[in-house]
Unconditional design. Sequence first.
Length: 188
Amino acid sequence: LVCKMIQESIQKGMKMVPISFNLSKASFEDEPFMQEYMEVFQQFDIPKEYIEFELLESISMDNSDKLIKVVDTIHKAGFRCALDDFGSGYSSLGLLKEFDIDIIKLDRRFFLDLTNVKAKDIIAATIKLSHKIGATTVAEGIETAEQVQLLRDVGCDVIQGYIYSRPLPISEFEIWWKENLKTLEPHT
């Protein structure tokens, strides 16, 4: 359904952004998991840059050897790989060292108390570290203008959250996208 929406949007001349697919824990157990995704993907004429695969940080910790193979499989198929909910677990920095992650999605908990100077420093350092290892940063769950300003100030690449829109079904997303594309700022 998502691949079809991307294909139709491109054919209509609409600008697209990458859409992420969450990989479940079951995906890690299914050795040829990418084959199924590739069969669906190949039915549509869309660039691979519009598809990203997300790994939850909590799932990632269960079997690091398996995760290395999963990330490698995703990359060999030509897709980007994101680490979702970064900062919600106990060994996030270890994950960055072990796995070739393209996108780091910072958990919303980072941004709940911006009166805390230490929290702001941790956000800035995490974004700087992410960029240093070549990863794009995405701030999730952003709800306030203050959060947006801080993230812009520290160089976050992408900001997403209720400040822009709640999660939408595809039909509503297409309408929202058309209405807001021209007004969205580069950091959305």
